[in-house]
Design a protein around this ligand. Sequence first.
Ligand SMILES: *[C@@H]1O[C@H](CO)[C@@H](O)[C@H](O)[C@H]1NC(C)=O
Ligand SMILES: *[C@@H]1O[C@H](CO)[C@@H](O)[C@H](O)[C@H]1NC(C)=O
Ligand SMILES: *[C@@H]1O[C@H](CO)[C@@H](O)[C@H](O)[C@H]1NC(C)=O
Ligand SMILES: *[C@@H]1O[C@H](CO)[C@@H](O)[C@H](O)[C@H]1NC(C)=O
Ligand SMILES: *[C@@H]1O[C@H](CO)[C@@H](O)[C@H](O)[C@H]1NC(C)=O
Ligand SMILES: *[C@@H]1O[C@H](CO)[C@@H](O)[C@H](O)[C@H]1NC(C)=O
Ligand SMILES: *[C@@H]1O[C@H](CO)[C@@H](O)[C@H](O)[C@H]1NC(C)=O
Ligand SMILES: CC(=O)N[C@H]1CO[C@H](CO)[C@@H](O)[C@@H]1O
Length: 489
Amino acid sequence: MEIKKTQILLLSTLLLSSLALKILGKSHREADHQLFMAKLKPNSNIDKSHFTPFENPPEPTQDGLKEKDIIQELPGQPPVIFKQYGGYVTINATAGSAFYYYFTEAQDPKKAQDLPLLLWLNGGPGCSSLGYGAMQELGPFRLGSDGKTLYKNQYAWNHVANVLFLESPAGVGFSYSNATSDLENCGDTKAAADNYIFLLNWLERFPEYKNRDFYIAGESYAGHYVPQLAHNIIYHNKKANKTIINLRGILIGNAAINDETDNNGMIDFFASHALISLESSRDIHKYCNFSADAETSDECIKSVQEAGNMVGAIDIYNIYYPMCLHTNLTSIPKPFSIMEIDPCSEYYVQSYFNLPEVQEAMHANFTKLHYNWEPCSDIKWGDSSSTVLPLIKDLMENGIRVWTFSGDVDGRLPVTGTQYSLETMNITALNSWRPWYRDGEVGGYVQDYKNNLTFATVRGAGHQVPSYKPDRGLSLVSNFVTGTPLPEK
Ligand SMILES: *[C@@H]1O[C@H](CO)[C@@H](O)[C@H](O)[C@H]1NC(C)=O
Ligand SMILES: *[C@@H]1O[C@H](CO)[C@@H](O)[C@H](O)[C@H]1NC(C)=O
Ligand SMILES: *[C@@H]1O[C@H](CO)[C@@H](O)[C@H](O)[C@H]1NC(C)=O
Ligand SMILES: *[C@@H]1O[C@H](CO)[C@@H](O)[C@H](O)[C@H]1NC(C)=O
Ligand SMILES: *[C@@H]1O[C@H](CO)[C@@H](O)[C@H](O)[C@H]1NC(C)=O
Ligand SMILES: *[C@@H]1O[C@H](CO)[C@@H](O)[C@H](O)[C@H]1NC(C)=O
Ligand SMILES: *[C@@H]1O[C@H](CO)[C@@H](O)[C@H](O)[C@H]1NC(C)=O
Ligand SMILES: CC(=O)N[C@H]1CO[C@H](CO)[C@@H](O)[C@@H]1O
């Protein structure tokens, strides 16, 4: 393994500066930091080679009943007319592993049978799609500061799709394994294999979705999960010479897709947003080489340390947003606005999912796990490709729609990194960079490339785009699933 002290220091100093507060459970900030640390440490034994699909998925079985998974009502929720389901799908009966899913059918029940199926994955690795995606980003409800009251999210993505949230891999949220080896030995390859097995079995339980147009979406480290799962799907469809899963497209936001350009993009974003000095970024570029197997010089380490000291205690996941300074729940919920997510939301969510009545209503944790539900969990990560760009290219060549988007005030996996990554793919633009609109304002900028790749920014959004700009996020996904251009005015 190569020496990558640069990035260790970079990430420890820059990222942890945003961790002024210690959270009860692990937050996405820590999970994200931890993998990068581990991945870059000399002798980490993390395999960074290219992803390979797995070969022999077990025959899917229907080990549960859809009707038993119906969630009558989540504690504290306002009335809704769409159906919600939650429950477990066995992944490996020998190991005793099962994944928890939460499924929200389309808001308009009359449209549910015509709208596509969309799977949402959060990153980390180790972070919960229930805790982030469903409850703080694109799900139908958001939580109040009392940790009990749910509010409607009128920009929920189930306005345009039937949305499936999956806690993955085993050990994340309510998903578990009875074999401790599963928790000590995960990584990109196993996560993608288990996610594929999950889908095969879930579709047995919900057979009406078997031939439905299917999309996979996610953010952050799901920049690995999404193309890798998509790759498994395409691989097995081809191998069987039939459509086992009708994958039509992937949508990834502020996504980790190519270590070298992701890191260079982060430094340039810091500099161009005046979080570090220009001199500091010039030094880093002069002394550091972030490519997969470059050596690290002392000058590089020094320049990175200096940059780290400059950034200070901000949330680099949304560089202009307030930090969470008071983490306590309130007995009466604070005034709620869907347009301004409360920066302490993850504390409210953490409290909510640990309530026994919530777990019961959601059919979660019936095995009485011996640890609490956390927004992100410790999963030991053994393999993490240095790039997923070849997988993305392969998906495009197989006619899969690929949209990648960037909330443009995220400093962690910023718009610059994604632009650099796309540049290295040597793909051909079909049109020029243009603004797109929502409610008379520029929602962001967009450009289309040959073979169904679209790159869009979301103006003013941080790392979790639907949290910060829910209306613009809904525009994005609705044009994505219909395969139509973002509005030109
Ligand atoms: C299921 O788990 C067992 C025991 O941990 C393991 O030997 C086997 O390879 C797993 N099967 C699959 C398909 O992952
Ligand atoms: C895991 O173990 C518990 C307790 O023995 C059991 O109830 C559960 O069914 C097991 N999970 C799986 C997926 O086999
Ligand atoms: C794949 O299936 C199609 C029709 O379903 C058939 O024409 C073709 O020969 C099959 N290809 C292989 C390699 O089996
Ligand atoms: C960075 O390191 C890689 C691998 O050692 C090397 O191929 C590349 O030329 C270096 N880049 C620069 C700008 O020196
Ligand atoms: C938060 O809760 C803790 C423990 O209950 C308490 O000690 C502390 O005073 C509270 N802080 C605020 C700002 O209410
Ligand atoms: C599961 O339930 C047990 C017993 O109620 C509880 O102690 C534990 O925190 C719960 N764990 C999760 C992950 O929900
Ligand atoms: C980039 O694409 C062009 C046109 O498709 C091709 O001629 C060129 O060789 C490619 N370059 C690389 C580095 O792949
Ligand atoms: C669905 C879709 O947009 N398909 C397009 C994918 O890209 C090819 C080549 O650019 C087009 O011919 C398809 O129409």
